[in-house]
Ligand binder design. Structure first.
Ligand SMILES: Nc1ncnc2c1ncn2[C@@H]1O[C@H](COP(=O)(O)OP(=O)(O)OP(=O)(O)O)[C@@H](O)[C@H]1O
Length: 612
């Protein structure tokens, strides 16, 4: 697969970007102002690392954290306790001075903060929105109070004085501090960029858009959310640890809630999920009070006003504004697939050949309080067949799908898939064993492209390790290209290949429905549950859908099809089960079911009849 050739302008932009990246390395050699280089630029770099860490949680996972000042403090104080010296803190109330060297202290500070991030991640599994935001505030306050009160460990309000930073006899407390901080900022940005372009980044975004759809694509919400929080905390801890040597002094008042709010404002002001936004947002937050000294006392108020204006007029922050006016600067290369690329990779389905029944429900009951939504339902779906599930509105069809996929746990009865009872498995585990689904109410990942949506479905087939992804190893790039082609082949399967690079939110309704099928097929399922895939489609589109579903069947996959369109059901189903008030009232071949008086009664009243 080849990438789009860079135009002359794009090449010039790349060279300028590279030069710009290199400039800060030269500053300690020629810049004379210690205030602007060491103090201001050093601060911007360190705080930007913190904003990058916040972006992982807010921009990618979609959770709000107002507790990151707490994580920053954990990094700073771990560094302070491990790295500071008794001599630098003569007369303080601190008891413990380990006097470790800089680098081991930094590594331990990162690890310790990662552990705190793990603890902060737990509430995010249960709550979201304002409740989670309040939880993170409480978390920040607990840490703030702890460092304030634990005088023996932290020297309380008087703070910790750091010994000068020296390597091989060279001091780094002047402009040379940039040589310590800047490489870490670049490293963190490199990691974040690699992660965001990979299946990990897509998994984060999938969780943000729809937990349910992400889990149904085999993505574990618990694993990915906790990883995002741990990683975010490690980066915040790194920023905190570096911060201790910026002014060679730390005290609790730096880590108050104001600081969390400022970091969040910088992130939103600059624009989430944008390296440029992270830098520019934090740079303005640091520089503005300095340019306008009168502004210092009012900074939270002014930033508050700026934030409101940003939310109203620039929902994607300054980065969004720049992206709109200078698209060439931000353009990502779009994958282009040549015929020869496509011919190299085939998308192979995994047939259900082990002799087990793909789906076997045994006396399954699902109650919601007093309401029996599914009543003692037994049903089998065989390999390479289409099993229709019909019933009037509210008869329990979607609930059945939700029970099979693990979104609901059945009250009684047994759900077997491929010869195993799966009642205790989580939704993503069921997806990983080959049960795919589509949704009655579309659950696409709107900001991702059509191709990326299908790549989310391919998630479980990625083999690269987390660290290989972070480091951007060549094998990761090769795997990504392979998967892009597999996703493209699936788009060909549903007739959406020409829209591969379009954002999913821009698709027409019928196209979105097809994309859901392509994403579900990307799991290489042995059983696929289609919940009203033809709802809202035209007759022509329904006929095209029939062909797609028949092709899925001919690949040996078991299909459970829920539909209200009788024509479609009668034409393509091998077997049909009819529900009414959660209870099975008929089962058999389409013609027999159609003529069944109970079915006729359930649908149209005793006098009616169902027209095929
Ligand atoms: N999470 C829930 N909590 C309480 N009741 C629920 C829940 N989910 C479904 N129900 C109820 O269970 C019954 C069956 O709903 P379900 O959505 O499964 O029906 P359906 O056959 O899929 O209907 P439709 O064709 O309109 O989609 C309905 O009475 C519904 O209100």
């Amino acid at each position: 697969m080849k990438k789009a050739e860079l135009t002359g302008t794009q090449r010039t932009i790349k060279i300028l970007q590279l030069l710009l990246i290199l400039v800060p390395f030269t500053l300690p050699l020629w810049a004379s102002s210690e205030y602007y280089v060491h103090s201001i630029l050093g601060r911007i770099f360190i705080y930007t690392i913190l904003v990058v860490s916040l972006d992982l949680v807010v921009g990618y996972i979609g959770d709000i954290s107002i507790g990151h000042a707490g994580l920053f403090a954990v990094g700073a104080y771990t560094m302070g306790i491990l790295n500071s010296t008794a001599a630098a803190n003569a007369g303080s109330t601190m008891h413990i001075f380990l006097e470790w060297p800089f680098l081991p202290s930094l590594i331990v500070a990162v690890i310790v903060t990662g552990f705190f991030g793990f603890l902060l991640g737990f509430p995010s599994l249960r709550t979201s929105g304002p409740y989670l935001a309040v939880t993170t505030i409480a978390y920040g306050l607990i840490i703030y109070t702890f460092i304030n009160e634990q005088e023996g460990l932290t020297n309380g309000t008087k703070g910790i004085q750091m010994a000068p930073l020296n390597f091989f006899g060279i001091g780094f407390n002047d402009n040379k501090f940039i040589w310590i901080v800047y490489p870490f900022l670049l490293l963190v940005m490199y990691f974040k960029s690699n992660l965001s372009k990979s299946f990990w980044g897509r998994a984060f975004e999938a969780i943000k858009f729809s937990n349910i759809a992400a889990e149904s694509s085999g993505i574990s919400k618990v694993r990915f959310k906790l990883t995002a929080f741990i990683m975010s905390a490690c980066i915040a801890g790194l920023a905190g640890a570096l911060f201790t040597h910026l002014d060679s002094y730390i005290a609790p008042n730096t880590f108050s809630m104001d600081f969390s709010v400022l970091a969040l404002m910088a992130l939103i002001f600059g624009g989430v999920r944008s390296t440029f936004g992270n830098i520019i947002g934090m740079a303005l937050v640091v520089i503005l009070p300095d340019l306008f000294t009168w502004f210092k006392d009012y900074r939270l108020m002014v930033f508050g006003i700026l934030l409101l204006l940003t939310l109203f007029f620039l929902p994607n922050g300054l980065a969004g504004l720049f992206r709109k006016h200078f698209p060439k600067l931000f353009e990502k290369p779009k994958p282009i697939f040549t015929a020869s690329d496509r011919s190299k990779i085939e998308f192979k389905m995994e047939e259900c050949k082990d002799g087990h029944t793909p789906l076997d429900l045994d006396q399954v009951e699902m109650r919601f309080g007093g309401l029996v939504a599914v009543n003692k339902l037994s049903l089998k779906v065989l390999p390479g067949t289409i099993h229709g599930l019909m019933g009037p509105n509210g008869s329990g069809k979607s609930t059945t799908v939700n029970v099979i996929t693990g979104l609901y746990n059945q009250t009684t009865g047994v759900v077997n898939a491929f010869g195993k009872s799966i009642g205790k498995l989580k939704p993503h585990e069921r997806a990983q064993m080959g049960i795919a689904r589509t949704f009655q109410n579309l659950q696409l990942f709107g900001d991702l492209t059509v191709l990326e949506n299908v790549q989310v479905g391919l998630h479980k087939h990625y083999k690269s390790s987390f660290f290989a992804v972070l480091l951007g190893l060549p094998s990761v790039g090769r795997e990504e290209k392979e998967k892009q082609i597999e996703a493209y082949r699936l788009l060909e399967f549903v007739g959406l290949e020409t829209l591969a690079n379009e954002q999913a939110k821009n698709l027409a309704y019928g196209q979105s429905r097809r994309l859901e099928i392509a994403r579900a097929m990307a799991l290489k399922p042995k059983l696929i549950l289609l919940d009203e895939p033809a709802a809202g489609l035209t007759t022509l589109e329904i006929n095209e859908f029939n062909q797609i579903i028949l092709k899925i069947k001919s690949a040996g996959i078991a299909v459970l099809l829920i539909e209200h369109h009788m024509d479609m059901m009668m034409k393509i189903s091998d077997e049909i089960t009819v529900l009414d008030f959660g209870k099975k009232i008929a089962e058999g071949k389409p013609r027999d079911v159609q003529a069944n008086p109970e079915v006729v009664k359930a649908y149209l009243g005793a006098e009616g009849a169902i027209n095929a």
